[in-house]
Design a protein around this ligand. Structure first.
Ligand SMILES: NC(=O)c1ccc[n+]([C@@H]2O[C@H](COP(=O)([O-])OP(=O)(O)OC[C@H]3O[C@@H](n4cnc5c(N)ncnc54)[C@H](OP(=O)(O)O)[C@@H]3O)[C@@H](O)[C@H]2O)c1
Length: 333
């Protein structure tokens, strides 16, 4: 039997507004090779905006390890489906080791890509963008597309799929560096900083003929501005509303332009990524093809060590990430 020192992040108090480091605790425990059927050593964990509302609404329990997507390697196994050394993805992030019966683990088989891509472009993030834009958003070649939080993990994939489909693409983001990344690295047609530029005016400048698809990641003022500029039969796939997540009940600012939905027969539809599970094989084939052709780039912001996980979540909500926010929990040995 081998014992391992395990560190994990607990929520210790509920945030009011933007979380602060004092809302979280770093707890030391130990695990052993005899625990469970499979012992996984986590390597990377994903940090996602959807982790924020449960901190306040009670879904995340106090004084228990928090949950979140992670990739690790099987260290010990008594389960024939999970051999030692294989990579697995699961929901037990925010800890260095995961004790499992095997039922919550999905094996990852790497081709040429780096491991981390399975937590973003080739994982749930990418599938969210792919399904949300092509299925819920019913994107057609050559349309006018607006993407909010465009330099983030989901947004940057949406922007590039829309460019692959020959669309005119405008994106909003929160810094001049991100504007530069969107236009000069990802090759979208127009980007603006919503913190310093008027959203309505920027949209009229970037998409003067109006918007066919608004890929909604932000809500509030963004939705208010975009909804008023939707073209006939436009679609608004509602992926997320990050501007509201620090508010009680994740309540967003009011939207005043919904009447445009009537005149222009606009559809607004929410979705969740698991709706697109049946598309995973096609999605992986398309994404790998686009990555190989240089049409699908990605960026990662990686913080080091489990103790940095709260800072990574707080940083994500403040926009310090370009592309995917990750935490590295151990070396991949
Ligand atoms: N429906 C689903 O199944 C599903 C799945 C995954 C993600 N999502 C949603 O997709 C959206 C993007 O998620 P992600 O994982 O790709 O995160 P992300 O975009 O990589 O990171 C979040 C970004 O949001 C921006 N932001 C933060 N506060 C903001 C505010 N008040 N107004 C405008 N922008 C703000 C920040 O960038 P700036 O510097 O640009 O402000 C930050 O970098 C989120 O709304 C998330 O909830 C939905």
């Amino acid at each position: 039997m081998t014992d391992y020192k395990n560190r994990e992040i607990h929520l210790t108090s509920r945030p009011d507004g933007l979380p602060v480091p004092e809302n979280f605790g770093l707890i030391e425990t130990s695990v052993s090779s005899d625990d469970g059927d499979v012992l996984v050593k986590n390597i990377y964990m994903s940090v996602d905006p959807a982790m924020r509302p449960p901190l306040t609404n009670g879904q995340t329990k106090l004084d228990e390890p928090m949950m979140g997507g992670a990739i690790g390697r099987v260290l010990h196994s008594r389960n024939p489906d999970h051999t030692v050394g294989s990579y697995v993805i699961h929901r037990a992030g925010f800890r260095e080791y995961h004790v499992s019966d095997g039922s919550d683990l999905r094996t990852i088989t790497l081709q040429d890509e780096p491991l981390t891509t399975h937590l973003h472009v080739l994982g749930g993030t990418g599938l969210t963008a792919y399904g949300g834009l092509l299925v819920t958003g019913e994107l057609k070649d050559g349309e006018n597309v607006f993407v909010s939080a465009a330099a983030g993990a989901v947004g940057s994939v949406v922007c590039q799929i829309a460019k692959i489909k020959q669309c005119r693409v405008a994106g909003s983001c929160g810094s001049p560096e991100k504007v530069d990344y969107l236009v000069n690295e990802l090759g979208i047609d127009y980007a603006f900083n919503y913190k310093t530029q008027d959203i309505r005016k920027s949209l009229r400048e970037g998409l003067p003929d109006g918007i066919d698809v608004y890929f909604e990641n932000v809500g509030g003022e963004h939705l208010d501005a975009a909804c008023g500029q939707m073209r006939p039969l436009g679609r608004i796939p509602v992926c997320g509303m990050i501007s509201a997540y620090n508010n009680k009940g994740a309540r967003s600012e009011g939207v005043t332009t919904l009447s445009n939905m009537i005149y222009n027969r606009v559809t607004m539809k929410g979705f969740v990524v698991y709706e697109f599970e049946h598309l995973r094989e096609q999605f992986l084939t398309d994404m790998r093809k686009w990555m190989a052709a240089g049409q699908m780039k990605y960026s990662e912001t990686i913080m080091q060590g489990i103790d940095q996980a709260p800072a990574a979540l707080i940083g994500l909500l403040k926009g310090v990430n370009t592309g995917k926010m990750l935490v590295q929990l151990s070396e991949d040995t």
